[in-house]
Design a protein around this ligand. Structure first.
Ligand SMILES: [Zn+2]
Length: 330
């Protein structure tokens, strides 16, 4: 696990084992606030130890930026903290997190002692403010990656813990893609010193504009590709031609999971476009020539795309099945 001090009494953690997921700590004179838990129990415990032993203050609040495993499953390792989250985050953890954790336990003994702990204090409208020493923490709604997304703004330092509303590669998930774009733009307009992304490295002030533009362009590119795919008889073949670099992102992001995440995004967006605009109803709406038995082929290839829930409340979030995709030919 990496640790860095971002500003006075504000710390950042990044996992070295899982998708560069991040967490944060804001330390006050008497107690501290933790933002997210990281993915592995050992990592959650290391954050707790750092705060309670190295710094030497208790953890009074833990904020979950959303319900996904890599941000909220470690709640049980902060037993004395009041947990704050979006109302939907508590609902998601209760309705799917508990079951997903039980399934994960059967496959990964590291989670044997993990239990889902539901947030105690939730909200769904407006903002929440938490005063810690001289600093104001403003907790705001940032839906996009997930409908239950919240971010933590350290007002005095102009640091935003953005959760997965801002990532090295946007992960399109539940909300309309335009909502992801709107939130990314809103974050870009906040006049921040640092964006702490849910996954990836800290974005410094001078890098924010470029990062915002890169993410918005990426989402718009994916949308365009997905739209064109709906006018192809074999959309899966078409989508497979667009690797991560062709969409303006590097494949080294997120500990090498970038390409998988990207393909997930393409499939997700394709389904969104089909749901919104439908598939061609007549032959002349296609942009390519018919081949023998093409309609069957197309139906089949759409079927193959029906990967399991893209809103995985589990650590599988970043690991689509290998056989969902064709191998790159190079
Ligand atoms: Zn995440």
């Amino acid at each position: 696990m990496q640790r860095e001090r971002i500003s006075e009494n504000v710390y950042w953690f990044q996992s070295e084992v899982y998708a560069q997921v991040t967490a944060g700590v804001i330390v006050g004179p008497q107690w501290a606030v933790v933002v997210d838990t990281l993915a592995m129990p050992e990592e959650s415990k290391q954050i707790r130890q750092f705060v309670t032993e190295t710094i030497g203050v208790p953890i009074r609040y833990l904020i979950n930026t959303h319900s996904h495993a890599d941000h909220a499953w470690g709640n049980c390792y902060f037993p004395n903290a009041t947990i704050i989250a979006h109302t939907l985050c508590a609902k998601n953890l209760k309705e799917s997190g508990i079951e997903a954790l039980e399934a994960t336990k059967k496959q990964n003994p590291a989670y044997q002692n993990t239990e889902i702990v539901l947030p105690h204090l939730t909200f769904a409208h407006g903002e929440m403010t938490l005063k810690i020493g001289k600093k104001n923490l403003i907790i705001l709604l940032t839906p996009g990656h997930s409908a239950d997304g919240i971010s933590v703004f350290v007002e005095e330092d102009r640091v935003l813990f953005a959760g997965d509303a801002f990532m090295a590669i946007p992960q399109l998930n539940e909300s309309h893609y335009q909502q992801s774009i709107d939130v990314i733009r809103k974050i870009g307009d906040m006049g921040l010193e640092n964006i702490v992304q849910g996954h990836g490295d800290i974005i410094l002030r001078g890098e924010i504009e470029e990062a915002v533009q890169e993410n918005i362009t990426y989402i718009e590119n994916i949308h365009e590709i997905a739209r064109k795919a709906t006018r192809r008889r074999n959309p899966a073949d078409y989508l497979n031609d667009f690797d991560i670099e062709s969409s303006g992102k590097s494949r080294v992001y997120l500990g090498g999971l970038a390409e998988q995440l990207h393909k997930r995004n393409l499939i997700w967006m394709f389904k969104q476009v089909v749901a919104a605009e439908g598939l061609p109803k007549s032959d002349d709406e296609y942009e390519d020539e018919p081949e023998e038995d093409d309609f069957e082929d197309m139906l089949q290839s759409v079927d193959q795309m029906d990967v399991e829930s893209l809103n995985a409340n589990s650590n599988d979030d970043f690991y689509p099945d290998e056989d969902d995709f064709e191998e790159d030919s190079d």
